[in-house]
Every structure is written in structure tokens, then in C-alpha cells.
Design a protein around this ligand. Sequence first.
Ligand code: COA
Length: 397
Amino acid sequence: MSIVVRTISDDEFDSAVRASVLGFGDHASDELLRVARSDADVGRTFGAFDGRDIVGTTVTRTSAMTIPGGTAKLGFVDDVAVLPTHRRRGILTQMMRAQLDQMRECDESLSALSASESLIYERFGFGIATWYHRWKIDRRHTAMKIPPNGGGYVRFISADTAREVWPKLHAKVRETRVGMVHYSENYWRAALWDAEFQRDGATEFFHVAYIRGDRIVGLCTYRRRERTILVFFLLGEDAEVEAELWRYCFGIDLTLEIQTWPRPTDDPLPWRLEDPRRLERSLIDHMWLRLVDVKEALVSRSYAEAGGLTLRVHDEFCPWNDGTYLLEVGQGGAECNRSQREPQVELGVSDLGAAYLGGVSFSNLARAGRVKEHAPGALASADRMFKTERQPWAMEL
Ligand SMILES: CC(C)(COP(=O)(O)OP(=O)(O)OC[C@H]1O[C@@H](n2cnc3c(N)ncnc32)[C@H](O)[C@@H]1OP(=O)(O)O)[C@@H](O)C(=O)NCCC(=O)NCCS
């Protein structure tokens, strides 16, 4: 029987959630269904139907992403799953098709996702735009050579207060870091839900606030498992505040180790430590970015340098993007139009997605054999234009 992919109706929502959880190898509890329902957007939830049975799901979260110089509309891809009974017969491909077509109709110039495996999404035009570090450190080696001076103090706050202040703090900080995703209140509710089955043998969440004057300017949410502190989210309005929260975590008695994820690859904390080698860091690919509308995405970001660039972009999965573009950046901003000129740089749309936020240079992608330079100096010029002050990063939950 052929598979039909379409958005679900309201009365199909629970079946879609059950199928999604089953696709990830688990059973959906009543509590999970209730929480999922609070964040439901059935018009953006796709089901793959084998007859009346839902055998695959994917959800688009209507969102936005901080890009250089502003914000872009984002279709965030979530809850992608196909039942083990129906894998490898093109259902994900069918769902991606429907999902990206809908994003185009919704004028979302960008799409992003966090991939369970790095083999899956390049074929659909996604490239790795942000990376993060996992950290692990033995508490005996956490002394700071340069102690922080945040000008405030740390206090425990209740789970209710944390639910109220996390979205506000994140909204403030996300403006300052390219790659950060704008999360809805419902999304936060789900992220801080803290059900027993999510704890994996660890404690409930502890929430700690860093307070300066009468304002909360930093937050840390963690669990303890035996003698390890597991930091889930740690964010501050500035680097001093974040270092103060780390000092707090490093100072918790009766623990041996601190683990955390995901941290920016250019986080300054290692540079404060007396013995930085003791901070074990492992690198993971994080936000996979796809330009749903290449022209719109290129005009809407700002650039570090004025210049002109002719780009040949290959895009098989979204053929409306395929072609040659002239990007011209001047005092008044960027212009981008289709062009008949000979391309200076040739690349696939997934590589443009990887370089879009400045996380990797075009030259490095060329050294990896992914990008071609047809005019000497074009790659160096592209690198200077797309460069961003800090590494892109997203605090995914
Ligand atoms: C990942 C998943 C959604 C793929 O669904 P699917 O319907 O089997 O995918 P498709 O048949 O459309 O595959 C499309 C292509 O991707 C490849 N592919 C899909 N999943 C892959 C994987 N996990 N590893 C490597 N390649 C994969 C397929 O081989 C196929 O390649 P081809 O076109 O060259 O033949 C499904 O296996 C699944 O639900 N896995 C468990 C949950 C999960 O990991 N979800 C993703 C969250 S980001």
C-alpha cells in the first residue's frame, strides 16, 4: 500500500505522538501525551499514513533564529520518526518534501534541526552550522586562575520561578549569539517538565539564580547523580555571571565530577582555569541548517565586510533554489539576485547552510573538497564577508 503524507487532524494527535515515541523505541505515557498536547500545532504536524495507521511523524516548530544583524523566520524540525516496521522505504524523504514545501509557503527562509545521526540530513540540504562541546571535569581540578567578579550572589529558586524566568533570560541572551533559537513558552514548559522517567536515576532539577541588584541575570539548572553534578542549562547575561555560576557548580560539596552540555566551542571558561587540560571537551555537531529560500536568507543577514560574490548553488531537493546568485554587500545592506555571470564560488546548499552563520569558513570547506573556487581570491573574500564575531551556538534543551 502506498504511504500518504499529510498534516494531521486534531483527533489524530495522540496517535501521532504514540507513533513518534514508538519510532524512538519507547511507549508514550498518558502524562507525556498530556504535555505534548500543550505544545500541539496540528497544522504543522505531519503524519505518514499506511492506510489509517500513522507510521511516521515530523513536526515543524514555528520559530526564529538569531542571525548576523537580526532574526530570521525558522521552521524548526522536531520529532522525526518512522516506525521500525516501515524504515528505509523513503518515508522520511516524503515527509521532508512536504515539510520543506510548507516552510516555503510560510516564508520561512531557514530550517534547522538537531540530528540523531549525522548521516541523515545532508541529502535534504542541511549542513552543520553549529557545534558544541560536552564538558567533564574532576572537581579537584576546577580552581580558577582568574576568579569571576559578577557583583551579585547565588540563590536557589523554585521550579515555578525557574519556569517563569528561563524564557525571559534566554530571550535576552539569544539576541547576542548567532544561531540561538527562539523557543515558545510551551517549549520551555516541556523542557523544564522534569518527570520521573526523564531523570535516569538522578535527582529532580535544582534551579539556581545569579542575582545582581534586584534582577536575575543568570540561571543554572542541574541534577545530581550520585557524586556527579549534571548541568543541563547554564546561561548568563555576561561572561562574569556564567563564570560565577560555574564557580558555584565547582564548589558543591560531596561531589567528584561536573558534566555539562552543550557549551559554545568558544566559551571563555577554559581560559579562566588554572589547569585547563583537566576540562575534558568532546565536540558534537548540533544545529543543522538549511536555507529554504537562498535569496531571502542571503539578503537578510548582515556581513562583516562589503563586497561582491557570485555563487553557484546546487540544490537538488529544493530546486527553486538551484542557480547562480550575485550577492552584493554595500553600505546600505545586501542585495542578492539571480545572475548570468560566471560563478566565482560553487557549492551545495548544505555547505552554504554550514557557512551561513560563520561557523566554518568557505576556505576550509574547499580544503575538505566540498566547495570549488573558480576565481582566485573569491574564497578569501567570502570568508571575510561571512565571518561572525563569535562562534554560532544554540542552547538546545
Ligand atoms: C531516521 C529515520 C527517521 C529515517 O526514516 P526512513 O523512512 O527510514 O528514511 P528514508 O527511507 O526516507 O531514507 C532516506 C535516505 O536516508 C538514509 N538514512 C535514513 N536514516 C538513516 C540512518 N539512520 N543512517 C544512515 N542513513 C540513513 C537512507 O538509507 C536513505 O538513503 P538513500 O536515499 O540513499 O537510499 C528512521 O530510521 C527513524 O525513525 N529512526 C529512529 C528515530 C530517529 O533517529 N529519528 C531522527 C531524529 S533527528
